[in-house]
Design a protein around this ligand. Sequence first.
Ligand code: GLU
Length: 471
Amino acid sequence: MSEQEATTFLESVDLCFNRAASALKLPKGLARQIRTCNAICEMKFGVEIQGGYEIFTGWRATHSEHVLPAKGGIRYAPFADQQEVEALAALMTYKCSIVSVPYAGSKGALKIDPKKYSIEELEHITRRFAQEMDKRGLLGPGINVPAPDMGTGQRMMSWIADEYQKLHPSDINAQGCVTGKPVHFGGVEGRVEATGRGVQYGLQEFFRHKDDLSSANLEGTLEGKKIIIQGLGNVGYHAAKFLQEQDGALIIAILERDGAIINEDGLDIDEVSKYKSEHGKVEGFPNSKFIKSGNQVLEHPCDILIPAAMEGVITHENAPRIQAKLIAEAANGPVTFEADQILNKRGIFIIPDAYLNAGGVTVSYFEWLKNLSHVRFGRMDRRFVEAQGQKIIEAIESGIGKPLAPIAKEKLLAGPNEVDLVRSGLEDTMRVAYSEIKEQQLSNTKIEDRRTAAYALAIRNIADIYESMYL
Ligand code: GLU
């Protein structure tokens, strides 16, 4: 297949959708209604920078509106374009549906290289972008709620929230107009790590399903499994860190912008991350082999390959040479449709993006709920749970006639705090969704792989909503 024939990101998403829709019985035209991007707005706005004016181009796509608000991140990237935004917005629709988060799908982008601007300039540009979205009805706790994505983070989200609050001073729910805010500015504990944490929970769940393990030619637990991570951004870093520290997995290779580093005995994620921020590259990291053409390392033998950076990194070109047993998609759209078909034929198990990286939006949902309820999680019940624990301790101690071990007491006495509740809600979400996706596959002979099953679950859930609406 020539370069020109390769499918775009948007085509890949739509082809995956069509494959799943054709396995379902749906009223005529409904699949098309669900697949179609409802609206996309291109915004051009001038910002005064260093005594002159610069014009910026941004987009916000509202892929669906079967529930409101629509939800999805804002990306700052020099290569951003409208099609990419549409593809990402569609994925948001399916993602929210798969993890039962009551949002429609949206996504935004600004064509910008954030590294070229000072913090003050970025603040100015972001506030202007927020005004543009607001005046077009693309921002608000009940309409459209952005979040961080590639190139954006907590600070930008607080500028957006602040700008919205200034424009709508009487909106009591104004803080819920954006998620991924710092905790002191209406954010929720555990949001920064959430996508990576979700990847960990999704992988842990996969390892609980022995039949899935054997179809991936794997066995045992995550302990000692050889993992390759592509991209040490927020998602890749947290996923790798938790899998290494808590599950005992070995991170044998890390691919970054300047190349890849390999050490078959395992790389210490925190050390690599520290080295990267000090040197701006991974080349030269002690006790590792550096490979300049990093993408080659995607083809290195391993148990689990975690693409956690860009879309379209596994294509029909390299898919035949991938040697991983399992691909865990932490990024959005890392595998093209053609590559997906090749990998499926080769028996390589894929845990799809629309499920595996949904931890971010799941915890965004918790943050939004916190904003709308105006109370921190755990505030109402923490001491109550502790008091109940105390009663249980007293009952057990009087029954057995001796005091409980201090460690057991400590566990029984600890009431949940916000981060405990967020993690437990996220874990539950990832476990339930995994089983629901699997069930789709097991109950439908036309569905042959987990991505198709995930899309089918999303389509079925959205179709149910449409079928009870009158359009
Ligand atoms: N940008 C993240 C994603 O692609 C998070 C979206 C959100 O929290 O709304 O899933």
